[in-house]
Design a protein around this ligand. Structure first.
Ligand SMILES: [Zn+2]
Length: 106
């Protein structure tokens, strides 16, 4: 269980670092906005990509934090929906999951 926890903590730190980079990008902390129109157009497209990556990372981070909270409270390997023990092999592949394979399939 400690392995899964440290894995999740590493994942959490990575996601937080990634979100910080996206945030910096969105706020142009990397440099001034390009004046050229063409550049702006491609930058806007880039922003949309970063936006969706940011949302993805935020969802994943929420899931990781949720899984960590469940581990903290001693129910880390219990399915959140049916209460059965989650297959350890499943937890190895998806350390941030909080449902068993049956409930995930629903
Ligand atoms: Zn279940």
């Amino acid at each position: 269980m400690t392995d899964r926890k440290s894995e999740l903590e590493t994942l959490k730190a990575e996601l937080e670092a990634r979100l910080n980079r996206y945030h910096a990008h969105q706020h142009r902390e990397g440099g001034p906005l390009e004046k050229d129109f063409e550049e702006q157009a491609s930058q806007t497209q880039n922003d949309e990509v970063v936006d969706s990556l940011e949302n993805e990372a935020r969802d994943e981070l929420a899931q990781v934090v949720h899984a960590l909270n469940r581990i903290e409270s001693g129910e880390g390997d219990e399915c959140e929906q049916c209460g059965e023990t989650i297959d350890p092999r499943r937890l190895q592949v998806l350390p941030y999951t909080t449902v068993c394979v049956n409930c995930a399939a629903d």
